[in-house]
Design a protein around this ligand. Structure first.
Ligand code: G3I
Length: 376
C-alpha cells in the first residue's frame, strides 16, 4: 500500500482548509460513522454511561446509528464495581454490554489496572499485604471482570496510564501509582500474563495519553512509551495493542503529522496494533465563535485522523463520548468554559446534531487505505 506523505510542519490552525459539512442541509442520513469506518475495515465507537441508555432516547438512538463499538466511560472501573472487597456491582457495565450485544456492537473493557478510580479500601490493603497478597489484590479484579465478560468484551485496557515523566523517574514511568509502589514495574508483566490467562481470545491493550502532539510533554511521553515497550518486549509480556487515548489540545500544543506518523510506525515495529481509544478535542482557548471553533477543531481532527488511519495497524477510533451533551471536558476544571458553555470536542453537538468534526471523522475514514477483515 502506498503510504501517504504527511505535512512535516506544525499545523497552523487558522490556515487549515475548512472541512465542508456534507450534512448541513441534509436530514440525518441513517449511515453513521460506523459505516464509514467499516468500509475501511475498521470500527468507530464511543464511551457511554448506562444512565444515558436508560434516560436519554435521543442519545441512545444516536449511539445505535453512529457506532459499532462501545466502552464504559466509568462503569467497569474498580471504584465503581468493587466498592467493598469481594462485593461486586457490575450492573452499569452489564447494561452497556447488553446494549452492545443487542446492537451487534464490539465492546471494550476499561480499565483493569489503573492508578485512579480505585476503591478506597484497596490502597490500605496493598500496604498491609505481603508480595503475594499484593499481587492477588491486583489479579483478583482481572480474573473477576474478565471471567464475567469473556466472549462479550473483545478487548481490554489491561493497564491504563502507566507513564508519567512528571513524576521524575528517569524511565518516565508513573511513580505515584499504588501498583508501581506495591509491585514495581513488574505489575505490568503480572497484569498482562494474568489477563492472557483469564481470556486468551481477548485483545490486550496498554493505554496512555499525551502521545499525540508535537510538544516536549508528548515527546517525553512517546520516548517513555517506546522504552517501556523495549523492556516489556524483552520480558515477553503478552501485549497485543496500544491504546492512544487521543485527547487533543490543539489550542495549547501543536500537531505535526510527520512526528505522529513516525511514532505510529515505531509502535507497529513492535508487531503491535493500535486504536485511538478516547478521541476528543479540548476547545478551551479556541475562537469564541462556535462556528469558527468547530472548523478549527475539524481541521486538526482531520489532520490527526489522516495520519492515524493511514497506518494499517490502526484498527479502530473511539471518541470519549459521542455528544457534547455529556463530554467530560465540560466539567473538567482545566478544560471547561468559564461561562458554562458546552465544550464542542465531540462529533455531535448538545442537541445530537452532526458538526464539522463529524464530517472530518467520516472523510478521514473514507480517505483511509482499507485494511483487511475487521478484527474478530
Ligand atoms: O455516577 C456517580 C454518581 O452516582 C455519584 O453521585 C457521583 C458522586 O461521586 O459520582 C458519579 O460517578 C462519577 C462518574 O464519572 C460518572 O459521572 C465519578 O464520581 C467520577 O469520578 C467519574 O469520572 C470519570 C473519570 O474518568 C474517573 O473515572 C469520567 O466520567 C471519565 O470521563 C474519566 O475518563 C478518563 C478515562 O477513564 C481515562 N482517560 C482520561 C479520561 C478523562 O479523564
Amino acid at each position: 500500500m502506498e503510504r501517504r506523505e504527511f505535512l512535516a510542519g506544525a499545523l497552523a490552525l487558522g490556515a487549515c482548509s475548512p472541512v465542508v459539512p456534507s450534512h448541513a442541509q441534509e436530514s440525518v442520513s441513517s449511515e453513521g460513522l460506523a459505516a464509514h469506518a467499516r468500509r475501511s475495515g475498521r470500527y468507530f465507537g464511543a464511551a457511554i454511561k448506562s444512565r444515558q441508555l436508560r434516560e436519554d432516547p435521543d442519545f441512545t438512538t444516536a449511539v445505535a446509528r453512529e457506532c459499532d463499538m462501545v466502552v464504559q466511560e466509568y462503569e467497569l472501573k474498580r471504584g465503581t464495581t468493587e466498592p467493598k472487597p469481594g462485593k461486586y456491582d457490575f450492573s452499569g457495565a452489564d447494561q452497556i454490554i447488553a446494549f452492545a450485544q443487542d446492537h451487534g456492537m464490539r465492546a471494550r473493557g476499561h480499565a483493569l489496572v489503573w492508578y485512579a478510580a480505585q476503591p478506597k479500601w484497596l490502597e490500605p490493603a496493598l500496604k498491609l499485604a505481603n508480595r503475594g497478597g499484593r499481587e492477588k489484590l491486583m489479579t483478583s479484579y482481572i480474573d473477576t471482570a474478565m471471567d464475567r465478560y469473556a466472549g462479550r468484551i473483545a478487548e481490554w485496557d489491561v493497564v491504563n496510564e502507566a507513564l508519567e515523566p512528571n513524576d521524575g523517574r528517569a524511565d518516565g514511568m508513573r511513580q505515584n501509582s499504588m501498583w508501581m509502589q506495591a509491585l514495581g514495574e513488574d505489575y505490568i508483566d503480572i497484569a498482562f500474563h494474568r489477563a492472557r490467562n483469564a481470556d486468551p481470545r481477548a485483545t490486550l491493550f496498554l493505554t496512555d495519553f499525551g502521545l499525540e502532539h508535537d510538544s516536549p510533554r508528548c515527546e517525553r511521553r512517546r520516548t517513555a512509551m517506546l522504552k517501556l515497550l523495549d523492556r516489556l518486549k524483552a520480558r515477553d509480556v503478552p501485549i497485543d495493542a496500544i491504546g492512544i487515548q487521543g485527547h487533543l489540545k490543539p489550542f495549547r500544543e501543536g500537531f505535526n503529522q510527520a512526528v505522529f506518523a513516525r511514532f505510529l510506525d515505531q509502535l507497529r515495529g513492535y508487531g503491535l496494533t493500535f486504536s485511538v481509544t478516547e478521541f476528543d478535542v479540548a476547545d478551551r482557548g479556541g475562537p469564541p465563535n462556535p462556528d469558527k471553533r468547530d472548523q478549527q477543531i475539524a481541521s486538526v481532527a482531520k489532520a490527526f485522523l489522516d495520519v492515524a488511519l493511514d497506518n494499517p495497524a490502526m484498527r479502530s477510533i473511539l471518541c470519549w463520548g459521542l455528544s457534547d451533551r455529556y463530554s467530560w471536558l465540560s466539567n473538567f476544571p482545566d478544560y471547561k468554559w468559564p461561562d458554562g458553555q458546552l465544550s464542542r470536542g465531540l462529533p455531535l453537538d448538545g442537541d445530537m446534531r452532526r458538526k464539522p468534526l463529524w464530517d472530518a471523522i467520516a472523510s478521514a475514514f473514507d480517505a483511509a487505505p482499507a485494511i483487511g477483515r475487521r478484527r474478530a
